[in-house]
Design a protein around this ligand. Structure first.
Ligand SMILES: Cc1ncc(COP(=O)(O)O)c(C=O)c1O
Length: 386
């Protein structure tokens, strides 16, 4: 069966495709339809944080599958209650409630709506080169690539942009009309650009000064990816709203918008709902993810493994590399030339990585990747760059 041909015939052509059919995963290894193995340094853009086919996780999901899959948010449920409590226990301390949804874009949509509801103001500010999704609201605050926006205007009114890591630029656009400022702690889609600790603190201060909310988008950087549960923890800043998705339920579609008391105050039943958000299956999966992170000490592992990975990449000392940067297992290697050819060569050598902007090769492996697997990836990368 030619699955590529079938997908090309029947699936809407909205994705740039890689010439590869993946049919199975086990740990940090993916298998194609010919049985060839690949070390997964992609994890579906950071979704499969535990890796693939993980027995403890599977067990928890299967148990819930046979009990109850879906339940509308108008009813109470044991797993939803437990997941909400467990999730909040690992979030920055001022965040006290969670809205469950199904994706990163949805969690951003909710954050934008909640900031208008809470402040009674309209204007949203987002960091240039930030990525927050492709639905109308989230696309309005996404600026990584003009192509994503051009054909879909008009987007939301009252959105302005400021330069990342530049407090003066934020000051030049913020006003008493601003409802919220949204940004990523690490810009994942525009080259793994690290947010400055001082800048994040300044954003918090400036938001407080103008009565605006600070929304931190942890969709890609959250759930242990950087060695802390959330990347913003490295800065000591507590946002008003935090957006989560990707790794939240280890691969089953899940999103969450986590908020503080100030944001909860003006809410009313019906102000924002969705059909599938917080269903018992996804909540059981989310609890299993938190259990696994805790019992396997994955935060420490992600930090140590990331340090080892970056050290080995830097030691390659390749003339083709401009910079290796990242935090934990959110790593970018900026090349002096376009990354695509090297990503394809890595794939041909059994490693799946992916681009972040034109020049950067992004490595987002499952948090369970071993030192041995990292060493193999680095050896193959050295071969590809040689
Ligand atoms: C930081 C960030 N926010 C939001 C999104 C959108 O998430 P989704 O694709 O699940 O809608 C992404 C997706 O890559 C992301 O990286």
């Amino acid at each position: 069966m030619d699955y590529k041909e079938m997908e090309d015939s029947y699936v809407a052509p909205t994705y740039g495709r890689r010439d590869l059919t993946i049919v199975r995963g086990d740990g940090c290894i993916l298998y194609d339809d010919d049985g060839r193995q690949y070390i997964d340094c992609f994890s579906n853009v950071g979704v499969n944080i535990l890796g693939h086919n993980v027995p403890e996780y599977n067990q928890a999901v299967i148990m819930q599958l046979s009990k109850l899959i879906n339940l509308h948010g108008s009813f109470y449920n044991d797993k939803r209650a437990e997941f909400a409590k467990r999730l909040l226990s690992v979030c920055p301390k001022d965040l006290t409630k969670v809205l469950f949804c199904n994706s990163g874009s949805e969690s951003v949509e909710a954050a934008l709506k909640f900031s208008r509801l809470s402040t009674g103001r309209k204007e949203i500010l987002s960091a240039k080169m930030g990525y927050h999704g492709k639905t109308f609201g989230s696309l309005s605050v996404t600026t990584t690539n003009p192509k994503y926006r051009e054909s879909f205007v008009p987007l939301l009114d009252d959105v302005k942009h400021f330069s990342y890591n530049d407090a003066e630029s934020l000051r030049s656009v913020i006003s008493d009309k601003t409802a919220a400022v949204i940004l990523e702690p690490i810009q994942g889609e525009s080259g793994i650009r690290l947010g400055d600790m001082r800048f994040m603190q300044q954003v918090r201060e400036i938001c407080d000064e103008f009565g605006a909310l600070m929304i931190v988008d942890e969709v890609q950087s959250g759930m242990g990816r950087t060695g802390k549960m959330f990347a913003i923890e490295w800065t000591g800043v507590s946002p008003d709203i935090m957006c989560l998705a990707k790794g939240l339920a280890g691969g089953i579609p899940a999103g969450a918008t986590v908020i503080n008391d100030k944001v909860t105050e003006k809410m009313f039943p019906g102000c924002h709902t969705n059909t599938f958000g917080g269903n018992p299956l996804v909540c059981a999966a989310g609890i299993a993810v938190l259990d696994y992170i805790e019992t396997h000490n994955l935060l420490k592992h992600a930090e140590d493994a990331g340090e080892h990975f970056m050290k080995r990449l830097r030691e390659m000392d390749s003339p083709k590399i401009r910079e290796v940067r990242g935090v934990g297992l959110m790593i970018g290697v900026e090349l002096k030339e376009k990354a695509t050819g090297y990503i394809k060569a890595l794939q041909d050598n059994g490693v799946l990585a992916f681009p972040s902007g034109n020049l950067v090769i992004r490595f987002l492996p499952p948090l369970t990747i071993t030192q041995e697997q990292i060493d193999t990836v680095v050896e193959k990368f050295a071969k590809v760059l040689a």
